[in-house]
Design a protein around this ligand. Structure first.
Ligand code: ZN
Ligand code: ZN
Length: 450
């Protein structure tokens, strides 16, 4: 079987999804889809037009290959082009063109060639075996919650990504390719006692990105075309067990980074309870300082939001000399327990300094970051280590600066707050030039927290 489909899209159809259905015959041994479009570049525009393909078999999604310059794909019973899953289920398949970006005043001509064969193919399936790791028990675990490979738009393969985690001596890394789960069996197989590998997807919608962590099944991301709104997609991902994190909400947006800027006003924060406040380099295009302020505003509105970090690493070039990693308190160094620790807000973010931030009430209750503590008078205690001598410590109460001091390399500080009204307390450590070096999640006190 060989069919060719030609079509055109004008710029009004930017951010739309266009389906083309075809029937995969019984006995097919290989499916090839060749796809291209022109023009790639629109004259005078800073970035290229960007279309990619999401593929569905009769039973569900096979993945996507977001923003990858190689647009052709092949699938056999046991193998698939990166970004997609293997297997040939006869019946009606649908290939969707995802028009992530068509520059103004442009018309794109595209063509699809879909070809199948029933010639015998001698291939074996990859046997990805997930190892059982030695228990490590309760403790603080340091790791990354956001990264990509060639299965979407990055420059390296899954083993390279895992090697990066080992080079940084992380306890865990998390692979979150755009709109596909195709690398996750492999990344799971590469865990070992020194490095836990976790997984999920980055829901790369046209009006905002979000991480859905801890699930190995493809998650619907197509707002509108799926019949679902963004809050409904988020709720579905959470029902499926995912930890849902709004990613880089104030990132540079269209046209430079398509869909990267969070524009879902009904999720501000709506049903989201986690937000990435440190994405990539602190001073990069991700608008981290702005994201931090938005997080503080949401906390002031009474949302117990958790702030997280992710390098969003896309290849061997490390753009940040001191990336912000998550330090999560978990009952075990397992994906389930680390994600549970994050849900509880039991984490801080750091590029080096180590924090111990706790609270006690006069009646004997105690709390760590992310917890809500009750009692009339709350004593907060911060212990810090590993700072530069001139680092600056900022103690925030309800987003307002309560105290500012120079850290020296380590130290301790205690203060009291009357817990008569809804309050939260958090700490920042910044270098003398203002760059964030570490930030706690808040401790909550007083009435009115959900
Ligand atoms: Zn993103
Ligand atoms: Zn990303």
């Amino acid at each position: 079987m060989k069919i060719r489909i030609d079509g055109a899209l004008d710029f009004h159809q930017s951010k739309s999804h266009i389906p083309h259905a075809f029937t995969l015959p019984v006995g097919t041994t290989r499916l090839d889809i060749r796809f291209d479009y022109a023009p790639m570049h629109t004259e005078g525009q800073p970035v290229q037009n960007d279309l990619s393909l999401t593929l569905f078999d009769p039973n569900g999604a096979r993945g996507a290959r977001h923003c990858n310059p190689d647009r052709n794909l092949s699938i056999t019973a046991n193998q698939a082009t990166v970004g997609y899953l293997p297997g040939l289920e006869p019946g009606v398949w649908t290939v969707w063109i995802d028009a992530h970006r068509i520059m103004p005043a442009e018309t794109i001509h595209y063509w699809l060639e879909i070809e199948t064969t029933d010639q015998p193919i001698n291939e074996v399936a990859h046997q990805w075996v997930k190892p059982v790791l030695k228990p490590r028990g309760p403790g603080w675990y340091r790791g990354d919650l956001h990264g990509h490979t060639r299965h979407s738009d990055a420059d390296w393969d899954v083993p390279d990504f895992v090697r990066y985690g080992r080079e940084f001596k992380l306890d865990f890394v998390t692979l979150t390719d755009h709109n596909t789960v195709s690398p996750l069996a492999q990344v799971d197989s590469l865990a070992s006692d020194d490095l836990l590998t976790m997984g999920g997807t980055e829901l790369t919608t046209y009006y905002g990105h979000a991480l859905a962590l801890g699930v190995r099944e493809w998650q619907e991301w197509r707002v509108g075309a799926s019949g679902l709104t963004m809050p409904q997609l988020a709720a579905r991902a959470m029902q499926n067990g995912a930890l849902f994190i709004i990613a880089h909400p104030h990132s540079i947006g269209d046209p430079y980074c398509t869909g990267c800027n969070w524009q879902y006003t009904e999720m501000w924060p709506g049903n989201a309870r986690c937000v990435e406040i440190w994405n990539g380099p602190w001073d990069g295009d991700s608008g981290n300082e702005h994201a931090l302020q938005t997080w503080y505003e949401w906390l002031n509105q009474g949302y117990r939001m958790v702030g997280t970090a992710g390098t969003d690493i896309h290849g061997p070039l490390i753009y940040d000399p001191a990336p912000g990693f998550n330090l999560v308190y978990a009952q075990e160094r397992s994906e389930f327990e680390i994600l549970k620790g994050i849900r509880q807000g039991h984490l801080y973010i750091s590029s080096g300094p180590r924090l111990k931030f706790t609270a006690q009430s006069a009646s004997g209750n105690s709390a760590m970051m992310g917890d809500h503590i009750t009692g009339k008078e709350i004593r907060f205690t911060l212990v810090w280590e590993g700072c530069q001598p001139d680092d600056q410590l900022f103690i925030q109460v309800n987003g307002t600066l309560m105290e500012h001091l120079t850290t020296t390399t380590g130290g301790t500080r205690s203060w009291h707050l009357p817990a008569v009204q809804r309050s939260w307390c958090a700490v920042e450590i910044r270098s003398v030039d203002g760059r964030l070096r570490a930030i706690s999640n808040p401790i909550f006190c007083g009435p009115g927290w959900a």
